[in-house]
Design a protein around this ligand. Structure first.
Ligand code: ADP
Ligand code: MG
Length: 233
């Protein structure tokens, strides 16, 4: 295999719920380090399933997935969980913050789960929240934050471990356009300044102004791949 960051070969995912749903069908995809990939497609076309198998939240029923040349489709549950914690950051449409933890402790949590001390985890979480413009919201609980602020906390949490790959599923889908633009610009900044590799699913075509490539999904297939701009500019 080449030195690409992520490779999928013949990846399929079928669900058996009475009848068989072919959510993903024979997907081949290569993603380079530093890329910003946008996945567009109608509802039900397999976008979330694709992100889940890439991030090790779900397993393909056929095919191979390698992250930094490490096959992940065949990893046991413990090793897969370890890989997720170390190498993948997730951002979801509905933020998925823990309501009983402050913004600071939400962001510190992934570090704590990797064995970092409370003091060090909090110091790093504070620096990360400052980076996303929430240095004055450290002690706020999710219910005390706007949707846009909650999503910025979620991005800080996803990036706190310096993941190899940031995966975002409709990250602006629950935000108004002003906050959606802010989240988009934040993702673009991490991609440009820190070469953070990002794969985001969206209905929002505004992401085309910042993505390097667009993957168009239809019925579990890649219908088209659009090259928008070079990642090296
Ligand atoms: P998208 O994110 O593009 O809207 P999904 O990846 O969520 O699409 O779903 C793709 C297809 O797989 C849909 O037909 C959906 O109903 C089906 N699907 C997704 N997850 C499951 C599941 N856990 N069990 C059964 N079917 C599923
Ligand atoms: Mg989806």
């Amino acid at each position: 295999m080449s030195a690409s960051l992520l490779q999928l070969r013949g990846v399929s995912r079928h669900f058996q719920t009475g009848h068989i749903v072919q959510a993903l069908n024979d997907i081949d995809l290569t993603v380079e380090a530093g890329e910003f990939l946008l996945i567009l497609g109608p509802s039900g076309s397999g976008k979330s399933t694709l992100l889940s198998v890439i991030g090790g939240l779900d397993r393909p029923t056929a095919g191979e997935i390698a992250l930094e040349n490490q096959p992940i489709h065949s990893l046991g549950e413990n090793k897969l969980a370890h890989l997720r914690r170390k190498k993948v950051g997730f951002v979801f449409q509905f933020f998925n913050l823990l309501s009983t933890l402050s913004a600071l402790d939400n962001v510190a949590l992934p570090l704590r789960m990797n064995g970092v001390s409370t003091a060090e985890a909090r110091a790093k979480a504070k620096a990360m929240l400052q980076q996303v413009g929430l240095g004055d919201r450290l002690d706020h609980y999710p219910a005390e934050l706007s949707g846009g602020e909650q999503q910025r906390v979620a991005i800080a949490r996803a990036l706190i471990n310096s993941p190899t790959l940031l995966l975002a599923d409709e990250p602006t889908g629950n935000l108004d356009s002003k906050n959606g633009t802010m989240i988009m610009e934040l993702l673009q900044r991490f991609n440009r300044e820190y070469k953070q590799t990002i794969i985001t699913v969206s209905h929002d075509h505004a992401f085309k102004s910042i993505a390097h490539r667009v993957l168009h999904m239809r019925d579990g297939y890649i219908a088209d791949i659009e090259h928008l701009r070079s990642k090296d500019n």
